[in-house]
Design a protein around this ligand. Structure first.
Ligand code: SAM
Length: 260
């Protein structure tokens, strides 16, 4: 019989291997391998794009890169380890990959209680609201058909990874209509990936007070879009939030909530 230390480390090894394989699938990096006849330079460039999440990939279930997936893993494993109460939520899911990964992390760590909330219009971004959110007018992303992914497609992506169950809840509609009234009690990891000032501040206003002390707030587009970063700055000033903002990569940040 192996002693308990060996069992623990085998568990860790298997969990790490599963999560690494999953990230490689979700980003499609798994399939970007050098082989005779393939253009090595083009391949290296593709891998770099997926590593850093600079592109809108053709097939991958997530456009965020490996660095941001690693950061989600760090945040979720920390709230599980520290027993920070609450669910996991992503607002702005596109094909669902980052939210699928959140559900998989609960599976991999044997969590039995937390829920995963998956919020999106499932029809892309709205036209900028030129009356209430002038910050978005110069960043109109509503015309990009690539950003509109149906609820059926996202559900089927969850099912593809065996992650579609009754602990996954879809909130379909504009954030202004869905987030504040969703039946969520506590949140341990809040991930906002809605690009706009409007989408970001609505997520913060509707949900920040539900984030537990010790929970994480991840803002995917903080440095990508000035208007998104501005929404975060405005919200933090208005609410006296001084928790340190930590850079994840060239676009994304998080902070850990130190207050209730
Ligand atoms: C950049 S994509 C999200 C990428 C995704 N997190 C991933 O892992 O690849 C932005 C998503 O936010 C959604 N979105 C943005 N603003 C929204 C709003 N105000 N209401 C509902 N959905 C919104 C869009 O439909 C789109 O799916």
């Amino acid at each position: 019989m192996p002693d308990p230390v060996e069992i623990d480390s085998l568990e860790d090894t298997l969990r790490g291997g599963y999560l690494d394989l999953l990230k490689a699938c979700l980003t499609r990096m798994l399939f970007m391998n050098d082989a005779p006849g393939r253009d090595s330079a083009a391949l290296a460039e593709q891998r770099e794009l997926r590593q850093s999440g600079w592109d809108w990939p053709d097939e991958a279930e997530t456009m965020i890169g490996m660095v941001r997936l690693d950061s989600i893993q760090e945040c979720v494993s920390t709230v599980i380890r520290d027993e920070v109460p609450g669910d996991l939520l992503e607002a702005g899911v596109w094909r669902g990959g980052a939210a699928i990964f959140m559900r998989a992390l609960l599976f991999a760590f044997g969590d039995r209680d937390r829920q995963v909330w998956v919020a999106d219009s499932f029809e892309g971004l709205p036209p900028p609201d030129a009356i209430n959110f002038t910050q978005d007018v110069t960043n109109d992303l509503s015309h990009y058909a690539e950003l509109a992914v149906s609820l059926e497609e996202v559900r089927s992506n969850f099912a593809r990874y065996n992650m579609l169950d009754d602990r996954v809840h879809f909130l379909k509609g504009w954030f202004r209509d869905t987030l504040a009234t969703a039946p969520i009690e506590r949140i341990a990891v809040l991930r906002l990936d809605g690009d706009y000032y409007e989408s970001t501040i609505q997520g913060l206003e509707a949900l920040y007070h539900k984030v537990s002390r010790g929970g994480f707030v991840i803002i995917d587009d903080y440095s990508t879009f000035e208007s998104c970063g501005q929404a975060v700055k405005d919200f933090r000033v208005a609410n006296g939030i001084e928790d340190e903002i930590v850079e994840i990569d060239w676009g994304a940040v998080f902070w850990r909530k130190s207050t209730r």
